[in-house]
Write a protein that binds this ligand. Structure first.
Ligand code: IMP
Length: 198
């Protein structure tokens, strides 16, 4: 089975991505290939960070790998926190700190439209290939649900009546930003494995 290193140790992301690529690709975490240290994420775009993270792994392993970068883009905040979603409430903040800061920033705001956008950078023989996924929805006024991670408890996707944190993982995966980006990655990998690279 083909192996790909995923530039993360986030167990939620690994679980989501393995559920989507499981049968065709063996996805290895940074820990599993013995890579330690903080990967720099200093670009000011999702594309830039995804490329930077994948290159960090490639430079150390020479192996095919991919990285993702996700941003929560809130209309009423001019697209913030966006590329800064992980550190929205400060350098070493928790998911709960970020959620609290977001709810505070939107206090009394009626336009609660938001989207999640994920960019995946696959490096195949060192060549970058980018895949993007997006889901639209809105920010709830308080957290709901125990599942997922990050901003999941306060994000309700369009056409659903529950937050991401209240959904079974397979439902989130089917409609989420990362699920959609991974589906494009999977499609591409399938086409190149069959020898008919696009
Ligand atoms: P990352 O750079 O891809 O790790 O994502 C940046 C931040 O966005 C994370 O620290 C989370 O707070 C948030 N995030 C990423 N993916 C998700 C998701 O699927 N649900 C909720 N929050 C997410």
């Amino acid at each position: 089975m083909k192996e790909l290193i995923f530039a993360t140790n986030n167990k939620h992301k690994l679980q989501e991505v393995r559920a989507l690529l499981g049968d065709t690709i063996k996805v290895l975490s940074l820990d599993e290939v013995g890579l330690a240290g903080d990967i720099p994420e200093t670009a000011d775009t999702l594309d830039g960070n995804a490329i930077q993270k994948a290159m960090w792994v490639y430079d150390r392993t020479g192996a095919d790998c991919f990285a993702d970068d996700t941003g929560l883009e809130v209309d009423a905040l001019g697209g913030a926190p966006g590329v800064y979603s992980a550190r929205y409430a400060g350098e070493h903040c928790t998911f709960a700190d970020n959620v609290a800061k977001l709810l505070n920033a939107l206090e009394g705001e009626t336009n609660r439209k938001a989207d999640f956008r994920t960019v995946i950078c696959l490096l195949q023989n060192g060549e970058p290939h980018l895949f993007e996924g997006r889901v639209d929805g809105h920010i709830l006024t308080q957290p709901y649900g125990e599942g997922g991670f990050g901003y999941d408890p306060v994000f309700m996707p369009d056409r659903f009546a529950v937050s991401f944190a209240e959904m079974p993982l397979d439902v989130k995966n089917m409609i989420s930003h990362r699920g959609r980006a991974v589906a494009k990655l999977a499609e591409y990998l399938k086409s190149t494995t069959n020898g008919n690279e696009k």
